[in-house]
Design a protein around this ligand. Structure first.
Ligand code: NI
Ligand code: MN
Length: 226
């Protein structure tokens, strides 16, 4: 499985099929690609904030691929003419061998459009499984106790955790989350995009390695394979 970071919380997760998660590209100066260059078979969006919904509707329409999101956000995406598949917590969508399980996140999820706020439903994370390999994309989230259960139930190989603080966990809380979830690898996300979310994920390395968890710090455009 190959995991490519497109900056912020945007990733391409590839194992035969390509899953694009939270494609915030336009407006992200650190994004290594343009929205019309991204290839994918399906798009997953964790919540309605602009730095996650991002270019999903544009790419979904251009590539004619479905966009998976929580029900209310899926309704909004459908109203914009893209093809969305709505789901909810505890559910798993099997799309051509890609299994997407929706799990909770501790955050908010309003959709702001021309100064009007839409209800985006609740914020989510996804456990993405292809050929028995599993990645947990935590979305935007604070630390919550059920992360232990998500680790226990889904046993992800890799977890993608926000570490930038202010809107999400910081490196200290993300270290606790990683120790609860117990993956083999942690890839930090949602940091250094803007000044309010500056972080140094290297602060997490020693404590995670004591627990046998490897920290993988990517630069935008870099990939990790396992
Ligand atoms: Ni958010
Ligand atoms: Mn965010």
């Amino acid at each position: 499985m190959k995991i490519t970071w497109l900056g912020h919380s945007a990733f391409v997760i590839e194992e035969g099929k390509k899953v694009l998660v939270d494609p915030f590209i336009t407006g992200n100066e650190l994004a290594p690609v343009k929205p019309d260059e991204v290839e994918c078979d399906i798009i997953a969006v964790t919540h309605g904030h602009g730095d996650h919904l991002g270019d999903a509707i544009f790419i979904g329409k251009r590539k004619n691929v479905p966009i998976v999101a929580i029900y209310e956000l899926a309704e909004y995406i459908n109203s914009k003419g893209a093809n969305a598949i709505g789901m909810n917590f505890g559910g798993t969508l099997d799309y051509e061998g890609v299994k997407l399980s929706m799990v909770p996140a501790l955050h908010s999820s309003g959709i702001t459009e021309s100064n009007f706020n839409h209800d985006g439903g609740l914020p989510a994370g996804f456990v993405i499984e292809i050929n028995g390999k599993k990645v947990y994309h935590a979305g935007d989230t604070g630390l919550f106790g059920d992360m232990k259960l998500i680790g226990e139930i889904y046993r992800p190989d890799v977890v993608l955790l926000p570490v930038g603080g202010l809107f999400t966990m910081d490196t200290k809380l993300a270290t606790i989350a990683a120790k609860w979830i117990r993956p083999k690898y942690v890839i930090p996300m949602h940091y250094n995009t803007w000044p309010p979310i500056q972080a140094n994920p290297e602060e997490m390395r020693d404590e995670l390695e004591k627990e046998g968890i490897k920290l993988v710090v990517l630069k935008p455009g870099e990939s990790f394979e396992f």
